[in-house]
Design a protein around this ligand. Structure first.
Ligand code: HEM
Length: 466
């Protein structure tokens, strides 16, 4: 039964809740349909657990920005918390420990953006490997999926461990495989059963694979950590792991949010958060640019004009490229890379749009509903950079642009992600022309649903620009 004054929603069945109202293949359509029946704030039962789904700019802003702290928790006691051993920053509940971990990550990322070997240099370094891979395919077709995935992974690996991995390296292949499998399991029916029926948790059922995968990744990162401990010079950090080890010494080892065990899961968290997101946005971006050649050409004209004889683009150049800025933001809007954000939970009894929501209720922030909300965009349902340009052709960012979410839990890698998207897209568009192969048929823009949305695999043809 729904508590008193709880948001409305469809009829609930015992044990399975509202599972039948949602397609596990793609729940986004089901959520949109329920919004039409019940309004911007409604409730669903996932198994026996109530969850509130928040849709549209007005309600999301009230929850995540105005009542920020009330909605900044993360659900606990779920399958995914057990798999990640309640460590790391993404799933940590709202409180002092989360704040400490988040502040440390933001500070370290900022420090690595400065100085000689800056984040821009690291990104440009990795772009050279993408260029090499593309040059090998000139005049032929290429599937860009693995290439973008590895590039995003390498950029974050350089920050975390100070190393990049060759595109066919065994370590990174194993980590990526484990992540992909776990993301699927976490989203699937076995995780739901694990959450709903605690008695089966120790049984040898398919969800055990997720624990095995987590152990494999933990062991690989522990090896990396051991290597760092052998070669580091205290006070002269080379990367995130060194910074963390310095911090650990400073805190004297009696602080439960900072320990070597924590570090391993923390690094895996950042790697996971920074890889699939950026690479799927790039993949979607190129899929649209290839199939909208006039937009691709207009980007190239602006890039040529602004960069002239300069060797390489810098992130600052974005301020002189309103059209490119609009295109990248439109790519992010249409990619809708993390469609349901990461689930939140309420930290106390609270209210939203006149409804009462008890402490500890799971909150599903439907970012899709804002990124294509009618009334917020000139062209909500089509790929059109005009969504981010005013009548004078200047770049403007509507309030409903929130692919990184909003409020205290909003993506902490936003700065890095935006820099990667800009430098990679500008550098590649400057050098190459991307073409849809003649024999590829009509493009299919329907994404494959998961924690992140992924475009269906596709091929691109590459020509060198003169
Ligand atoms: C296009 C790329 C990216 C997109 C669309 C994206 C999107 C998001 C979203 C929607 C959230 C959930 C926010 C919430 O719960 O309200 C999130 C959280 C997070 N992201 Fe990103 N992200 C991207 C890239 C990155 C990168 C490169 C990093 C690496 C540093 C990163 C690290 C994180 C972390 C650590 C969190 C959890 C923050 C917390 O719980 O306090 N993300 N991201």
């Amino acid at each position: 039964r729904r508590p008193k004054n709880f948001p409305p929603g469809p009829h609930v069945l015992p044990v399975i809740g509202n599972v039948l109202h949602m397609s596990l293949e793609n729940p986004l359509k089901g959520l949109e349909k329920l919004r039409k029946s019940y309004g911007d704030v409604y409730s669903l039962f996932i198994g026996s657990k109530p969850a509130v789904v928040i849709n549209g700019l007005k309600a999301i802003k009230e929850a995540m920005v105005i009542k920020a702290a009330d909605f900044a928790g993360r659900p606990q006691g779920l399958f995914i918390n057990d798999v990640t051993q309640k460590k790391g920053v993404i799933l940590e509940d709202y409180g002092a420990r989360w704040r400490d971990l988040r502040r440390f990550a933001l500070m370290t990322l900022r420090n690595f953006g400065l100085g000689k070997n800056s984040m821009e240099d690291r990104i440009h370094g990795e772009i050279q490997y993408i260029i090499k891979a593309l040059e090998k395919s000139i005049g032929k077709t290429l599937s860009p999926q693995v290439m973008f995935h590895n590039a995003a992974s390498n950029i974050i690996c350089q920050v975390l461990f100070g190393t990049r991995y060759e595109y066919d390296d065994k370590v990174i292949k194993v980590i990526v495989k484990c992540f992909t499998e776990n993301a699927k399991l976490a989203n699937g029916p076995w995780a739901m059963l694990y959450d709903s029926v605690p008695l089966i948790r120790k049984l040898p059922l398919p969800f055990r694979k997720a624990f095995k995968n987590a152990e494999i990744c933990t062991n690989l990162i522990s090896d990396e950590l051991a290597e760092h401990k052998k070669t580091r010079v205290p006070g002269q950090p080379r990367d995130f792991v060194d910074c963390y080890l310095d911090e650990l010494e400073k805190r004297g080892g009696d602080d439960s949010s900072f320990s070597e065990d924590q570090l391993v899961l923390y690094a895996l968290d950042l790697h996971f958060a920074g890889t699939d997101t950026t690479s799927n946005t790039l993949l979607t971006g190129f899929l649209y640019l290839i199939n909208h050649p006039h937009i691709q050409e207009r980007c190239q004209q602006e890039i040529d004009q602004v960069l002239e004889e300069k060797d390489q683009a810098s992130f600052e150049d974005r301020n002189n490229m309103p059209y490119m800025q609009a295109v990248i933001h439109e790519v992010q809007r249409i990619s809708n890379t993390v469609p349901l954000s990461v689930f939140h939970s309420t930290t106390k009894d609270t209210e939203l749009m006149g409804y009462s929501i008890p402490k500890g209720t799971m909150i599903i922030e439907n970012l899709t509903s804002v990124l294509n909300e009618e009334g917020q965009w000139k062209f909500p349902h089509e790929f059109n950079p005009e969504n981010f340009l005013n009548d004078q052709g200047e770049f403007v960012k509507p309030e409903a642009f929130m692919p990184f979410s909003a409020g205290p839990r909003m993506c902490l890698g936003e700065g890095l992600a935006r820099m990667e998207l800009f430098l990679i897209m500008v550098t590649l568009l400057r050098k190459f022309k991307f073409i849809w192969p003649e024999d590829a048929g009509e493009p299919d823009y329907t994404p494959v649903y998961g924690v992140t949305l992924t475009p269906k695999p596709y091929h691109m043809k590459i020509e060198l620009r003169t």
